[in-house]
Design a binder for this molecule. Structure first.
Ligand SMILES: Nc1nc2c(c(=O)[nH]1)N[C@H]1C(S)=C(S)[C@@H](COP(=O)(O)O)O[C@H]1N2
Ligand SMILES: [Mo]
Length: 533
């Protein structure tokens, strides 16, 4: 058995071969302009879709919006372990290498080919990866194989294992192996990372956020009242810049849709005139308008940051539905659910009654004066004031189907979230921060409150067990936007917990009862604890 390849180098060969596989798949996918069709991303996407809700919640709680990098790193670690094992097994039995690669290829192909919108060509990156993997593995295993002839140089006192010599007695040419493996790993890592960076930073192809031009709508947003933004230190600005806007979606790689090839189909139950809209149809629509709307995520914990406010440009959804002959259930229409589907296969279910009740539900093309960024749904997304994003704000939208809640469950519903998700009235203390050390005297307590589609009527703050004291509200933009608030507090030394609660214009005051984000949004008062000394 002197011909046996050592397990260590063989495991290294496995690892390097796996790196080559990922890199080859990456390069081919990017060259095909299908960056989401790499096996790692597809398997990751499949894991995201198949993960049981508690595991998902754990991931979001633990990693926040870094849940996706965390998933990919976890997957890479598992893959590395498997690759090392396969390499080591192949040291004994060369056929174990290709067999192991075949097993992983099968998983990769299954994931890639079942992704929404995928086609047979999407198998190519995985197959290229498999070929590169087997090739590199066999090549490095050969380099790791012991030489038939033992070294002519006997071990010496200074060189007992021949480690620094050209050969290991009865062993292999370690130097050469290390060089080959290192070179293969470096080339793979460079090519893979380069391709990924190109895919992630490139503008995309065709009509993109970088070259699309939004017309100025005739129907501008109402001028901002003076005093909407108190512009206080530590207080969230009234408008959230696009680059700072929270991002929540299931996409491991952001869809980069070419707007010139994009269309939206409106069809289904009670649609008298099926419509197919292009990007130009929307930009040229006579009712294109600007509206300010605060968007909130159902997963936003009390006090959390998954909420943002933007000036959206878009066409009223109600108008487009009316053009298609859709009637609201209130007018006897047969469909009570509007299901939007996205380029990446997301399904989102929205009550038809809500989008047709007169609120400013938009098919948005612009965000704060710019075409939507890729991350926020370019070219077109939905925005509906008063509904959490998971039941309304479909990004990269491609289809609207009229149906019923009885007939169809959207993506999040079987995963433990409520089919209907009206936004719960909420408020947040932005300053002082939780845990702050403050000097005694006048302290500015300030934050934001939101009750989209209803409006914020009152915000109150409580210090310790004291009485609820009314905060001063900033001017209101619209009922669909959040409202800043501020209270001056004369603080004496001590430790204090500050709590905030809002009351909306329908007279609903936030409950103190804390409930988790699932199934339909957290309740409870946001509190911060500060030390004054
Ligand atoms: N295609 C698609 N659209 C989506 C989602 C998604 O995962 N995929 N997430 C929704 C959720 S849960 C929220 S809160 C909003 C977030 O929009 P933003 O990322 O632009 O802030 O998008 C919604 N639209
Ligand atoms: Mo969300």
């Amino acid at each position: 058995m002197s011909e046996t390849t050592r397990r260590g180098p063989a495991a290294v060969a496995g690892l390097v071969a796996a790196t080559a596989a990922l890199a080859a798949a990456e390069v081919v996918a990017v060259a095909m302009s299908r960056p989401a069709s790499t096996p790692l991303l597809a398997v990751g996407d499949a894991v995201v879709d198949l993960a049981p809700p508690p595991l998902k919640q754990f991931a979001v709680d633990t990693f926040g919006t870094a849940d996706k990098p965390a998933l990919l790193i976890g997957a890479a670690v598992l893959l590395a372990a498997a690759a090392a094992l396969i390499g080591a097994a192949a040291a004994r039995r060369t056929s174990a290498g290709p067999a192991g690669v075949a097993a992983f290829t099968a998983v990769g192909l299954a994931a890639v080919l079942t992704r929404p919108g995928s086609g047979t060509p999407d198998a190519l990156p995985t197959l290229a990866g498999a070929a590169a993997c087997v090739g590199v593995l066999l090549w490095l295993l050969r380099a790791a194989r012991p030489r038939g002839t033992p070294s002519a140089v006997p071990p010496t006192a200074t060189d007992p294992g021949g480690a620094s010599g050209p050969t290991d007695p009865g062993g292999f040419d370690r130097r050469r192996f290390v060089l080959l493996a290192g070179a293969a790993a470096a080339v793979s890592a460079g090519a893979g990372a380069g391709a990924r960076a190109l895919a992630a930073s490139g503008p995309g192809s065709g009509l993109t956020p970088a070259n699309a031009v939004l017309p100025t709508p005739r129907d501008r947003a109402a001028p901002l009242p003076e005093g909407v933004d108190l512009e206080l230190d530590g207080l969230t600005p009234f408008f959230t810049p696009n680059a700072d806007f929270y991002r929540i979606d299931t996409a491991l790689s952001v869809p980069r849709v070419d707007a010139s090839a994009w269309s939206l189909r409106i069809h289904g139950l009670g649609v008298a005139r099926e419509r197919v809209l292009t990007y130009t149809d929307l930009l040229d629509h006579p009712e294109l308008r600007e509206r300010d709307i605060t968007l909130a995520c159902v997963s936003n914990p009390v006090g959390g940051s998954y909420v943002g406010n933007a000036r959206w440009t878009g066409v009223p959804l109600a108008t487009l539905l009316a053009e298609a002959g859709v009637r609201s259930p209130a007018d006897g229409g047969p469909a009570d659910q509007l299901v939007s589907r996205s380029d990446d296969g997301m399904t989102i279910g929205t009550p038809v009654a809500d989008v047709m009740d007169g609120r400013e539900a938009l098919l948005a093309v612009g965000m704060n004066g710019h075409p939507l960024p890729h991350e926020h749904g370019f070219p077109v997304r939905m925005v509906v004031p008063g509904l959490y994003g998971y039941v309304s704000a479909c990004k990269w939208i491609t289809e609207i189907e009229l149906t019923t809640f009885d007939a169809f469950d959207a993506y999040w519903v079987p995963r433990g979230w409520s089919a209907r998700g009206p936004v719960k009235t909420q408020s947040r203390v932005d300053t002082p921060r939780d845990g702050a050390d403050l000097a005694p005297g006048r302290i500015t307590v300030a934050g934001v409150a939101w009750a989209q589609n209803t409006g914020v009527d009152r915000v109150e703050v409580r210090v310790g067990d004291g009485p609820w004291t009314r905060a001063r509200l900033a001017e209101e933009d619209t009922a669909d936007t959040w409202r800043q608030w501020v209270l001056d507090w004369d603080a004496e030394p001590g430790e204090y917990t500050l709590a905030v609660r809002a009351t909306d214009r329908e007279g609903r005051t936030q409950t103190a009862d804390r409930t988790p984000v699932a199934p339909d949004g957290a309740t409870g008062h946001h509190t911060v604890t500060v030390t004054v000394s």
